[in-house]
Write a protein that binds this ligand. Structure first.
Ligand SMILES: CC(C)(COP(=O)(O)OP(=O)(O)OC[C@H]1O[C@@H](n2cnc3c(N)ncnc32)[C@H](O)[C@@H]1OP(=O)(O)O)[C@@H](O)C(=O)NCCC(=O)NCCSC(=O)CCC(=O)c1ccccc1C(=O)O
Length: 316
């Protein structure tokens, strides 16, 4: 039961107190288990894990880029693994929230420059000129109906910085460093790398980030609106991982369909007709559940005219 509302109101009475306490202590690694990846799926550059806080809750799927020798820079195979991993997490009805992180000390140092050839990134199966397909991954992440949260430690630069910006929420610890390097490296992202950034930090600041290609520490990034919360790393280094579990449980305690529709709505203006289509798809999905939607299907299958007037909701 809720306590009686005080005259002045209270920010702590927002329902969070109804969620059971956080599991585990930040002195040991968070209790993720290997995700049950089917045997026909081979992930070489990405690790998938799962943590379900309790039987009553959805699970959190944690997707980690694992190329630590190159500061988790992504090559074409990494992007393909991420596309597969996000698809699995999105389609899994047991999963309520997805976390994207880098394994080890860094989030991601962008596109792997050592496999970048004359026309793009070399890959045996790629078209000519080769490309990273990372823009396809960005679109997939934005279309995913589940919240995606970036957990950033160390460098999130170049294409790695864009990956965190495309996520719905970003948490980081005080080791995090953010920035674009493209203009120094002979690269740029004129897609979400520009439009999303300008929406997050404003046009002037976005131009500063791209034109100067500077790096920014966690607090500066948070002050600019790139980051939701900076968490003290703590002695163990797991501080932000436990905070991420807390945020995920908080989101997963809310209505999944409400979150999916809100995500689509918040993306809609940036994504033009494709964004409206995503939002509209949710409306059609909900409509299928109405008596009116069912009557249309039943009438067709019974080879009779639909009888709309028997349904009160047809007055709309
Ligand atoms: C991140 C650094 C500042 C870290 O510096 P430091 O701590 O000193 O570590 P290093 O010794 O430099 O790094 C250790 C080790 O990792 C290798 N490495 C780091 N980053 C990369 C990388 N991006 N590619 C390949 N290898 C990398 C480094 O060489 C070291 O290896 P050794 O063998 O020990 O020498 C610093 O590392 C740094 O500045 N890194 C580069 C950051 C960067 O510029 N990233 C790429 C930007 S371009 C991009 O991301 C592509 C964007 C993209 O994909 C795209 C987007 C939109 C449309 C199209 C595309 C597209 O298809 O291109």
């Amino acid at each position: 039961m809720f306590a009686a509302r005080s005259a002045s109101g209270s920010a702590s009475r927002d329902g969070f107190d109804l969620i059971p306490p956080v599991v585990g202590q930040p002195t040991s690694p968070p209790p993720y288990m290997p995700y049950p990846v089917p045997s026909h799926v081979k992930l070489t550059d990405v690790e998938m894990e799962v943590f379900r806080p309790s039987e009553a809750e959805f699970g959190i799927c944690r997707i980690s880029i694992d190329r630590q020798r190159r500061k988790n820079a992504f090559r074409p195979e990494t992007v393909e693994d991420l596309i597969v991993a996000f698809r699995m997490a999105e389609d899994d009805p047991q999963i309520g929230c997805i976390i994207l992180q880098g394994k080890g000390k860094d989030f991601c140092a962008g596109g792997d420059q050592s496999v970048r050839g004359e026309g793009g990134y070399s890959h045996s199966n790629s078209e000519v000129p080769p490309r990273l397909k990372v823009l396809d991954l960005h679109v997939q992440m934005k279309r995913c109906p589940k919240p995606i949260m970036a957990v950033v430690k160390g460098y999130a630069v170049g294409g790695g910085h864009i990956l965190h910006m495309v996520c719905d929420i970003t948490l980081c610890d005080n080791t995090a460093v953010f920035g674009q390097t493209g203009p120094r490296m002979g690269s740029f992202d004129a897609g979400y790398g520009c439009s999303r950034m300008a929406r997050l930090v404003g046009q002037k600041k976005a131009r500063e980030l791209w034109f100067l290609a500077k790096f920014y520490h966690a607090k500066e990034a948070a002050d600019m609106g790139l980051v939701n919360k900076v968490v003290e790393r703590g002695a163990s280094g797991w501080g932000v991982d436990y905070e991420a579990i807390k945020w995920a449980r908080r989101m997963m305690g809310n209505s999944p369909s409400a979150l999916a529709c809100l995500k689509a709505a918040l993306n809609a203006d940036e994504d033009g007709a494709a964004g409206m289509m995503q939002l509209a798809g949710n409306a059609t999905r909900l409509y299928y559940l109405t008596d009116e939607g069912k009557e249309g299907r039943e009438a067709f299958l019974a080879k009779r005219p639909p009888y709309w007037r028997k349904i009160p909701s047809s007055k709309l």
